[in-house]
Design a binder for this molecule. Sequence first.
Ligand SMILES: Cc1cc2nc3c(=O)[nH]c(=O)nc-3n(C[C@H](O)[C@H](O)[C@H](O)COP(=O)(O)OP(=O)(O)OC[C@H]3O[C@@H](n4cnc5c(N)ncnc54)[C@H](O)[C@@H]3O)c2cc1C
Length: 527
Amino acid sequence: MTGKYDAIVIGAGHNGLVTACYLAKARWRVLVLERRHVVGGACVTEETFPGFKVSTAAYVNSLFRKEIVRDLRLKEYGFEVLERSPSSFTPFPDRRYLLLGPDGEMTRKEIAKFSKRDAENYSRYEAMLERVADVIEPTLTESPPDLLRPGVRGLWRMFQLQRRLRRLGSGAGEAVEILTGPARPILDRWFESEELKATLATDAIIGAMASPSMPGTAYVLFHHVMGETNGKRGVWGYVKGGMGGLTQALASAARALGVEIRCEAPVSRILVEKGRAAGVVLAGGEEVRAPVLASNADANVTFLRLLQPGELPPEFLDAVKRIDYSSASLKINVALSELPDFLACPGTQPGPQHRGTIHVCPDLDYIERAFDDAKYGKPSERPLLECTIPSVVDPSVVPAGKHVMSMFIQYAPYKLRDATWDDLREKFADRCFDLLDEYAPNFKRSVIARQVLTPLDLERTFGLTGGNIFQGAMTLNQLFSFRPVPGFADYRTPVRGLYLCGSAAHPGGGVMGAPGLNAARVILRHR
Ligand SMILES: Cc1cc2nc3c(=O)[nH]c(=O)nc-3n(C[C@H](O)[C@H](O)[C@H](O)COP(=O)(O)OP(=O)(O)OC[C@H]3O[C@@H](n4cnc5c(N)ncnc54)[C@H](O)[C@@H]3O)c2cc1C
């Protein structure tokens, strides 16, 4: 290859950085262009309040692929995941509470407070999810086959998948339900305690504009159990120093491999010559050329903003315009002077109630009602809160004696019917604070500062179309061979030399690194 660069990666999200590293490992000369002042995309740490290191968007890790950690020696660059035990705490209005995982014996005792039967069933439920995960997990790091034109490689992949599915035997039906159906009937069948079901159901609707009774939510729940922390399946942890600990390690690994990273370098146009990618034009007008481009931006940005309509086949453009970006997630980052003192489990000294994810979500109907509001274009009257306080496990992220809290909130629909997010932002944040105060009455007075990121802000800050945290909804019609659109699930695009390498592509969102890894493999195979 001639010219200064063999490849340009558009966007320094964690996936873009993974792609850059693997190309550089193959001795490619790689340039990464990032529009923000910092690398990481939605996986980033920023000093939002003086002295507080905030995981601005993503806040917990489990999905990031261990083979990437190993291949890129990320631990040597400072990447470390801190385990949380217990991993979740759900306080209830009647002042009872439920703690879960990863300690099996503690979990069994906790669930038995609500239902002895559920306590017995829980480990069988986990084993069932694990059996399905064993079958599905290998597909995460493979390009999905094109179902209409599979070719020899695609037919081989389909054959392998079919063989794995057969291993499930009579469990295959349940696997199909998990991959395609709603979460609620599955939880209703396994368990009787609303307290347990509501806590588990939160994973089914994270990032989704859906309630647990809607098809596709069982897959979202399942997607969240396919990771691990330090070898423990389904366990989530905090990244030391905040989520940016991962992307800073990736950036260091990339630089050590010779990758050039430029921040504050927004790409405004992809250059196409004779149907082939030829380079990019930056917002300031600078042209940078390379024969291979990998876009970490979502499909909407890549195809509808960076390319001209005439450069893509009309049917492909139509398919991209049909991608569902609906979302209802809002994030509030909070600096705290003390820990929440829960009525259900009092104390402002770090305790089991503070270490894991704190769920404000007492029963399944509560989630349904919260979603009902969003369906009609209103933020939930009583939203679901998922709060984490990483400073309890990792004091390095705060000044001595202080704490930082991530509040991930649903449902806050991107499309509002009678208001704008610029008007509602602070009012809705107040509503969320009032709600947490009902459970921990010292909360509001402990707030030093807050940052509210509505779906509109997520779009503006991170370039996530519609504020969708996964670069496109994780519904069956947009997964596997259909992600981002049917016929193009193998990271290629209709423009030769242009590839997608972010979570717009298979296997989708979450801090996983799999799209970046798979894209790099495809790119290297094509040269
Ligand atoms: C609020 C929130 C909370 C989340 N919580 C979690 C969590 O706890 N755990 C988890 O696993 N996942 C979580 N997620 C999902 C996860 O963070 C994302 O799926 C993942 O980070 C996406 O990574 P990516 O590399 O594919 O893309 P992104 O992180 O979206 O990166 C794309 C990059 O491309 C850049 N870019 C876009 N356009 C251009 C351009 N024209 N020129 C140059 N650069 C460009 C963007 O600035 C960005 O840096 C969360 C997401 C959000 C938003």
